[in-house]
Design a protein around this ligand. Structure first.
Ligand code: HEC
Ligand code: HEC
Length: 256
């Protein structure tokens, strides 16, 4: 290999390898970021903070845990860290606020490091890998109507419940839906694998993906009303066309 070519190959390899190395998560960096952005609420090593040690307590992890300012993070695992950080729910601005989707202040490497650090605090579930393509959309719609629509509305456009605002799901990725269902953030219930099996979860995710682009299935954009009203509109137009045809035939017969 000529020297120039070798230099070029080395340069290309460096260009490819350097960003890959930079994106490697580091628990140490995660710990550092945690100390800066999270420790005031979640306590040393994710032990949680109790109102006795902090004035001005607000709602905690769930209504049943309101005596805790911020929940302990030991054992919540990479799953919860990934969900709360990539949605921008965390760092929460102020105790007492409901976590809402907002701009993520960390870059990819910082995210991975923080997630690795939270996971290192003590086991916990990994980030899920859902397969919505294996799901069944009508099963998903059925399950979503039964389990989720009471809060998020049938087309996942969000709603209101006492004490919280269930968000619209248009920005939730497949992984985030899988995470939310198992975590049950805020007042949302936690659904176990017994309540919603992995296949049922894939189906729910497939339905949620469908609600983002309901027209993709070939239906009409008449306000996302679904197949029944769409069918009715078709009938209505067909009926009008029929009346029109009859009128035209009538005119011909009368020789006008
Ligand atoms: C202002 C206080 C505050 C700050 C700062 C904060 N959190 Fe939180 N965190 C909370 C509260 C309160 C909850 C519970 C929210 C709920 O369920 O409504 C929470 C929940 C969480 C959860 C979910 C825990 C579970 O039981 O599933 C994770 C993970 C988390 N925070 C990570 C972080 C990380 C990482 C940071 C720093 C980047 C951070 N938080 C910064 C207050 C805070
Ligand atoms: C009791 C009401 C309730 C029910 C039932 C419920 N959720 Fe939620 N959900 C919420 C609330 C409230 C939040 C916001 C959580 C927060 O702020 O920490 C949420 C958040 C989410 C998110 C994150 C969305 C985002 O972009 O921020 C997803 C995804 C989600 N829910 C999916 C579901 C699915 C799927 C079901 C049914 C299996 C379901 N939820 C059932 C109330 C509910």
């Amino acid at each position: 290999m000529p020297a120039e070519l070798r230099a070029l190959v080395a340069l290309l390899a460096a260009l490819v390898l350097v960003p890959a190395a930079a994106a490697a998560p580091s628990v140490k960096q995660g710990e550092h970021l945690y100390g800066r952005y999270c420790v005031s609420c979640h306590g040393m090593n994710g032990s949680g903070v109790h109102p006795a040690r902090q004035i001005g307590a607000g709602p905690g992890r769930a209504q049943t845990q309101q005596h805790v300012v911020a929940p302990p993070l030991r054992g919540v695992g990479a799953r919860a860290a990934d969900f709360y950080l990539r949605t921008g729910y965390m760092p929460l601005q102020k105790i007492g606020l409901q976590p809402r989707r907002s701009t993520v202040i960390f870059d990819e490497q910082q995210l991975r490091s923080l997630i690795a650090y939270v996971a290192s605090l003590g086991g916990g579930p990994p980030i899920p890998q859902p397969h919505p393509e294996r799901g069944d959309i009508s099963l998903g719609q059925h399950l979503f109507t039964d389990n989720c629509a009471g809060c998020h509305q049938v087309m996942a456009e969000g709603g209101y419940v006492t004490g919280a605002v269930p968000p619209a799901l248009e920005n939730a990725t497949a992984v985030q839906v899988a995470e939310a269902v198992r975590i049950g953030p805020n007042v949302m219930p936690t659904f176990s694998r017994n309540q919603i099996s992995p296949h049922e979860l894939d189906s729910i995710i497939r339905y949620v993906e469908y609600t983002k682009n309901p027209d993709d299935r070939g239906g009409w954009a008449i306000g996302h009303l679904g197949p029944l009203p769409e069918g009715l509109v078709t009938w209505f137009i067909a009926a009008l066309a029929l009346v029109f045809t009859c009128l035209m035939i009538g005119k011909r017969l009368h020789g006008e």
